[in-house]
Write a protein that binds this ligand. Sequence first.
Ligand code: XMP
Length: 526
Amino acid sequence: MAPASRENSPGLELADEKILVLDFGSQYAQLIARRVREQNVYCEIVRHDLDAATLAGKKPKGIILSGGPSSVYADGAPQCDPELFKLGIPVLGICYGMQLACKSLGSEVGHCAAGEYGRSVLQIAKPQGLLAGLPAETDVWMSHGDQVDRVSDDFVSLAATGTCPYAAVQHKSLPVFGLQFHPEVTHTPQGATILHNFLYAVCGCDGTWHMSDFARATIERLRTEIGDRRVICGLSGGVDSAVTAALLYKAIGSQLSCILVDNGLLRKDEQAAVLAEFTNHFKADLHIVEAEEQFLDALAGITEPQQKRKTIGGLFIDCFKEEAKKIDGAEFLAQGTLYPDVIESGAAPDGPAATIKLHHNVGGLPEQLGFELVEPLRDLFKDEVRKLGLELGLPEQLVWRHPFPGPGLAVRCLGEVTKEKLAVLREADHIVVSEIKAAGLYRQTSQAFVVLLPIQSVGVMGDARTYENAVAVRSVNTDDFMTADWSHLPYDLLSRISNRIINEVRGVNRVCYDISSKPPATIEWE
Ligand code: XMP
């Protein structure tokens, strides 16, 4: 099975009504699709150069032209079929998409000297159409060098910013709309209302699509594409791999084999928790590989973070391969890759190229084993995966579990990783997570953990001097893990966490709280 391509989001073909997003290379195309799905309308991303007849054949209720990095006048700039504006299907152009729509319909696009990047104030002259129900002034997020300079007589200008005279436009006779700003990002607070107006008032959608439709259609698709063949799925204890396994289990039942590699870098009691959840919810074949010693031996003496990741990733592949060989006739490998993973690893065709950290722990596995890859969550964001997990009947405590990195506690144990250090880290980590849960704040925080620092500091316990480890508590709030803020946890909670760690975890005499946001820091310390 080919990995889900950006030309055809998988598993959603059963939707009654849909919106198509023509992708002109925007980093926000998936975000647009997700914002539409949030409003209960199915959305599919397609190539920008599909001809009008093909687009019409897909029977969309509306078409959105995404932004993109090009200038409409540049050589080789991606174009769309101009006939699509005459189909009678509502079209919303965003940023580059707007410039393309306006240019195709007789307006002029030019380069604005300073460009406009970041927050701008939109002055709404005509609160109608897309902008119905909006206040006279609202913040919007801009990110453009070109803009529409002059509109043809066929367009009405609805709103402007200080430097952009045509920030929102509407065609007088065709159902064509343009926005120079980005309604899909959270920095445009009225963005959801604008998209709602497009979907419901302009396109006439009924809003009948739900995550259950995604589940149903994905299960159908997996069943058809896998047939009677066998699939291996790696389990990590996290929500992504559990939801992937749940989808596959519903699709192919006993043809699914799962492998959990216990690398000795898991949190306290994690293997037992995965096992309990797994046996309660699936009856699939489960293989547990006990590999703590192998991993600790391989990590001995390594202090450099990327080297740790490479070592863990390489050994993970070896352990996984060994176990997979015991599973006869497997042809597919399932992975819980999400859309942000695709972007952060620079793997998306138009994603940012820089790889910040090596995230893909099983990278290379499918090719080495001759597997085909199955990635049913590749188009989804974390919160959509959680919704899907609940839809599939997974328990809340699993669905809401904070994410945990593949290299596990190794990247939270700064410097060399040893069994003793891991034991200290595990206990401290357990206290933090339990206290945050007891305070009812686990769901409101996105990821909370402890980092064991490679330093000792002086303390006093009883009347004696101590010289012991310092740990940092890290708790962040984020929607997408690409940017994050530190959690503003109550002081009394921080105080309880600190007291308990210092009193209960031998070898720690100092607790710090990490108050850095991402960027410039990252969530993990390594
Ligand atoms: P950073 O530290 O890059 O983390 O801000 C963003 C999110 O990714 C997780 N993370 C990883 N996940 N393998 C993974 O599977 C990795 O090597 C890895 N590094 C970071 C991190 O826990 C956070 O949720």
